[in-house]
Design a protein around this ligand. Structure first.
Ligand SMILES: Cc1cc2nc3c(=O)[nH]c(=O)nc-3n(C[C@H](O)[C@H](O)[C@H](O)COP(=O)(O)OP(=O)(O)OC[C@H]3O[C@@H](n4cnc5c(N)ncnc54)[C@H](O)[C@@H]3O)c2cc1C
Length: 373
């Protein structure tokens, strides 16, 4: 097709899909957003809306909603195993004077508010809608759903996450995600009254914890450690034991965890799709194109950045081919740089003696993402 797309079908209502749907509907496209899940995922986890992510969410006009639903902060404290303050990591204010530098927010809350906003702006969201295949036709694609229905669109945004069967079918060149040999445990706990910005703390045996305020009454805990636990590990008991190796501020959280506390376990993975990220009418975005390790909050931030760039190109590109070419030009190299930095951070977590300088790495990352994509 040579014309600009008028109809978009977005597959997957995670952060990448929700933001791409917002970007497309704001540019006047008619947008169908499909997700196989009957309900939004309710994971016990938080997302750090880092400065570049808040800048992009503010550009979508949802910055105020995020500030209201989350916990704004500036700066990050780093402490050692004994509770000694090591240093403060800066967070730059990139979203403009009206907004804080960054914020913590519950994983489900961020998805819910984006979903509400997408629907309010005219996105047609269909849940329990599993996409089985995408068939190319002249000038458009037919997106085939389980159950026999289909949706036609000139632009199909594939935001189905890392390693979905659909992504593998559409992009057979994709390498399976590399397991980094690191477990990330997430949970939500009452916010300690003195926690008004994130706290990074070191435990024993390569463990690290990040405690992030997400609401006035709640904090998100992410605890990382080398290796994956055995299948029969009881999550709450395991986390209590792990927290006992940290400074008193973290140790004090252990009694808050009991066997009924929802806990999410996520292996750190990394995958980068080689360009092209498009095929026919389909453009891969988010974790589907670049599943980054969660370090420095860039997995989510880069997914939102995809949507921002897509939105800008939907205004300037005169054809789908031009759109895809420009998208890859603006995204692939930048994402590769961020991927290299976050993967190095994950490796250094696992090899603490390697002379690693996490602060320097974070500085490099901050320089890379400070300029809009
Ligand atoms: C517990 C947890 C904590 C996290 N914490 C952080 C963090 O602190 N910092 C950070 O940067 N990142 C974090 N992430 C990762 C971050 O959320 C993702 O990188 C980001 O949301 C982009 O994901 P996505 O939208 O591309 O994919 P996903 O969020 O995986 O969404 C994909 C969606 O596609 C749907 N889908 C899949 N296949 C089909 C199909 N065939 N048909 C229809 N629908 C389909 C799925 O149901 C799903 O809703 C976390 C993720 C999790 C799970």
């Amino acid at each position: 097709m040579t014309q600009r797309p008028m109809r978009a079908c977005v597959i997957g209502a995670g952060l990448a899909g929700l933001c791409c749907a917002l970007a497309a509907v704001d540019r006047g496209l008619s947008v169908q957003l499909l997700d196989e899940a009957a309900e939004p995922r309710a994971l016990a986890a938080h997302i750090e809306v880092v400065p570049n992510m808040l800048r992009d969410l503010a550009a979508f006009g949802v910055g105020d909603h995020c500030v209201r639903a989350g916990f704004p902060y500036r700066g990050i404290d780093v402490i050692d195993r004994h509770g000694r303050h090591l240093h403060e990591l800066p967070t730059e204010r990139l979203a403009g004077p009206r907004f804080p530098a960054a914020l913590g927010i519950r994983h489900d809350e961020l998805h819910r508010l984006l979903e509400r906003e997408a629907v309010a702006r005219g996105v047609a969201l269909r849940r329990a809608a599993r996409v089985q295949a995408v068939h190319e036709h002249t000038g458009f694609a037919r997106v085939a759903l389980e159950g026999g229905e289909s949706v036609e669109a000139e632009l199909v945004v594939l935001a189905a996450g890392a390693g979905s069967a659909l992504s593998r079918a559409l992009f057979p060149q994709a390498m399976p995600a590399a397991e980094l040999g690191q477990a990330w445990w997430y949970t939500l706990l009452p916010r300690p009254v003195d926690l008004d910005r994130p706290l990074i703390a070191f435990g024993d045996a390569g463990r690290r914890a990040v405690l992030v305020p997400v609401r006035h009454d709640q904090a998100g805990l992410a605890l990382t450690e080398p290796g994956m636990p055995a299948a029969d590990v009881a999550p709450a008991a395991h986390l209590r034991r792990a927290l006992a190796t940290f400074a008193p501020r973290l140790r004090a959280l252990a009694p808050r965890l009991d066997e009924t506390t929802p806990i999410t376990l996520r292996p750190a993975r990394s995958a980068l799709l080689d360009v092209p990220w498009h095929r026919g009418a389909v453009l891969a975005v988010g974790d589907c194109a670049h599943a980054l390790p969660p370090h420095f909050g860039q997995a989510a931030a880069q997914a939102v950045e995809d949507a921002r760039v897509l939105g800008e190109l939907l205004v300037s590109a005169t054809s789908r081919a031009e759109l895809f070419e420009a998208f890859e030009r603006r995204r692939a190299e930048r994402v590769r740089r961020v991927h290299d930095i976050t993967t190095t951070a994950a490796r250094w977590d696992l090899q603490p003696d390697s002379g690693a300088d996490l602060n320097l790495l974070m500085e490099r990352l901050a320089q890379t993402v400070a300029q809009p994509a």
